[in-house]
Structure formats: C-alpha cells, structure tokens
Design a protein around this ligand. Structure first.
Ligand code: GLV
Ligand code: MN
Ligand code: MN
Length: 414
C-alpha cells in the first residue's frame, strides 16, 4: 500500500460545514435527535458517503451504514463510526470527528489503492446523546440487543411524543425488532473520538487507546408539590418542588464525593420546574441525574444513597415523587488484540500514545457487546467538550484519522 494522504483541509472544511447545520447560531452546535438540524445533518453525511463511493443502507431506528465492499463478501466486516447528533450548546467535534474522519480514512485508503478483504463499514449511530429520550446511545443499544424494541417503543420525549412518531418523522421504515445485529457480525469495531478530558493534552500525547469505558447510569426524578401565589402563600407549610429538587441535587454531589472512589461522578444536568413564573411557588420539578464510575459497585452504592436521600427529602418536605432508573450499564472492556493493533500502528508511525479509560460513554459501549471493540482518542483543548469552545486542531484530527485508517486496513485483511 502507498503511504496514506489524508486530506486534512477537506476534512476540516466538512467539519465546519456540518457545524453550521445547527439549531443555534455558531459557534454553538445543537442537533437534537430527529430535529430538522439532525435530519439535515444526516442528509449532509449521506451525500459525503455517496461521494466517497460507499453503499448506503438505513435501519428502522435510523442508524446509517455506509459500506466499502471487500473482496471477501461473506466475511464479517470491520466497522467504524460514531454520531452526529449534539446536545444543546455543544461544539463541533464530539462524534463528528469519528464520522467525517472515517469517511476521510476510507478515501485515503482508496486513493492508496488499498484493497480490503473484509468490507469496511461506517456506522452513523442514531441518538448517541440522551437529550430527546433521556437515555444515550439509542441506536447502538438497539443494535447490541441491550435495549428491547418494546422498551424503545415506549420512550417518550418531554412533549409526550414517542420514538415511533419521531422515527416516522425521520423517514425510518420497518420495525424496531429488525435493528438488532447478531453477535460477531463484525470482526472489529473501532471508534475515533475526541478525548473529552485533559489527559492527552497534559501529557503531550497524540493518541489515546481505550481499554475500558466507564459505566453510566441515569436516574429521572419527578417531584410534585403544591404551587400557589408567591405573595399570598406564607412560608410555613409550603410544599415547594424546587426546594426539594435543590436538596436532591446537593445529595447527588455528596453521594458522588463520598463513595471512596475518585472515579465516581454525579451530575444533575436537567432540573426543570413548573410553572416557571417568578411570582409562583414551583409545584413540579423534573430532575435527570447522570451517575458514572469505572466500577459498577461504587456507582451503584452512590445510586442507592441518592435514592434514599430522595425518599427522605420528599417525606420531610411532603412532596410526592417518582424515581426511575432510566439506564444502568456495565462498563465495557475493550478487545486486547485490537488495543495492541492500534498500539502497533502508533509505534510504526512514530506517534506518541498511551492506553486509557474513557470516562465518557460512546456507541462503542454497546458495540463491545457484539464484537471486539476499541476506541482511538485524540486530544482536545483543555479537555473541553459538550460546550461550544470544544477544539481539536486539524493536525490532531489528521493524526487520529491516519491511525484509524491504518488500523482498519490491518483489521480488514486479517
Ligand atoms: C456522551 O456524550 C456522554 O455523555 O458521555
Ligand atoms: Mn457527547
Ligand atoms: Mn460523542
């Protein structure tokens, strides 16, 4: 194979163009699953795949598969991919680097006259971000058989609109039970992503190779108190849903900082109140709590502590509540052979690297259920992510794409 020429400038242009497809003006990127921006983003990426000569198919939840057919048509393919949906007030690199970078990797391999034996398939996963339905990795959960079609069908967004309605709006045909993929339908899955943490930059390293993905969990708590006039309702006897929620958010912080594990993190990222009027006592509150750890035991200990706090606070404040565990996933252990392959590629290319844990979750968490999986991380400025000033340089991205391309080439021909 000829040396690979990665077109760093074209890739950067495409990243910039996709960033403009957003529900908010630049530099903010917001592309909530199945919003008009998300649908336009999907069309944009599908066109790039067609231009790169890839063959497209879509499944019933909108996962997009773009395939470069190998000579061994019956062999399990090698897969790569990530997502293009973005949380509110996000940046332009999360997920996107792994999608547009994979297209560029395949273009470079094609230009170098590489001939894959196994097909190489790019997957653009539906709804990696949890914004619409409260759980992340919707598409990859269904692919991995971790979420049942029945449970998926019952998901509703905050306006009560369900997945069925949204996926029809998104033009997805077929039934959800057709999404699941059999075990080992891919021989490998490798996801390129920004680190979303500061380690690579601090250690001045170009590549992180993921050995483990931390275990995420999400709790949804709904509180119902009693509203009323902010002037006319005297303080004794108030049943203010916001104040109960505030205590719960503090209990989350306490639980996450007292497990004894430095890896436990807890975030109350959603806190909505009703009616949301300055002169009205909040009668309802919705909290969504994100809890993670590299170890299930400490994460779950924090979870139980939070659930006890919710019950105690609500009893004391005479607030009715429901508490629902939306997801509690185990960590993923990456495939040691693939980790070694990426490490060998870095060594061969003279690229500095280290092994690491992913504290963010990714579609890889669920692909790891069905095939050997790892991830390639590139540095991002100060570890910033899920914010508009998220940044990785064109050179850092180019290095990631090069390592991805070389890894895919090895995996496709073994
Ligand atoms: C993914 O976006 C995560 O929240 O880890
Ligand atoms: Mn994200
Ligand atoms: Mn991501």
């Amino acid at each position: 194979m000829k040396p690979l020429a990665i077109d760093e400038q074209r890739l950067q242009r495409k990243i910039d163009e996709l960033a403009l497809i957003s529900e908010n003006p630049p530099p903010v990127v917001t592309r909530i699953l199945f919003s008009e921006a998300d649908l336009r983003g999907r069309t944009f990426v599908k066109n790039l795949c067609r231009d790169a000569g890839l063959v497209l198919r879509e499944d019933a939840v909108g996962n997009i598969f773009a395939r470069w057919e190998g000579t061994g048509k019956n062999l399990p393919a090698v897969a790569t991919g990530s997502h293009i949906d973005a949380i509110p007030n996000a940046g332009k690199f999360d997920g996107v680097v792994g999608v547009l970078g994979a297209i560029e990797a395949m273009r470079a391999l094609k230009a170098a006259k590489f001939q894959p034996e196994r097909s190489i398939e790019l997957i653009i996963f539906t709804g990696e971000e949890p914004t619409r339905f409260g759980i992340g990795c919707l598409g990859s959960r269904l692919l991995g058989g971790v979420l049942s079609p029945e449970k998926a069908a019952s998901l509703r967004d905050r306006d009560g609109k369900n997945l069925e309605e949204w996926r029809r709006h998104g033009g997805c045909g077929g039934t959800l039970d057709s999404v699941r993929l059999p075990k080992n339908c891919y021989s490998a899955f490798v996801e390129l992503h920004i680190e979303q943490g500061p380690i690579l930059e601090e250690e001045k390293l170009s590549i992180g190779i993921v050995e483990k993905i931390a275990a995420p969990g999400t709790l949804r708590v709904q509180l119902t108190g009693v509203g009323g006039h902010a002037g006319g309702t005297l303080m004794p006897g108030r049943r203010d849903a916001l104040l109960a929620g505030a205590e719960i958010a503090l209990a989350v912080e306490k639980a996450a900082t007292t497990t004894g594990s430095p890896d436990t993190v807890g975030t109350t990222g959603v806190f909505r109140i009703e009616p949301g009027a300055v002169n009205s006592v909040p009668c309802r509150a919705l909290l969504e709590i994100d809890l993670r750890d590299t170890q299930v035991a400490t994460r779950d200990a924090a979870l139980v502590q939070i659930e006890k706090a919710v019950a105690e606070i609500c009893q004391r404040r005479k607030i009715e509540f429901t508490s629902e565990r939306l997801n509690l996933d185990p960590p993923a252990i990456c495939d040691s052979t693939l980790v070694q392959t990426v490490s060998d590629v870095c060594r061969k290319l003279g690229i500095s690297h280290r092994k690491m844990i992913s504290r963010a979750y990714h579609d890889s968490l669920f692909l790891a259920q069905i095939c050997p999986t790892t991830m390639i991380f590139i540095p991002c400025h100060k570890g910033y992510s899920h914010r508009p000033d998220e940044f990785s340089s064109p050179e850092q991205i180019e290095t990631g794409v090069r390592v991805l391309a070389e890894t895919l080439a090895i995996a496709a021909n073994r």
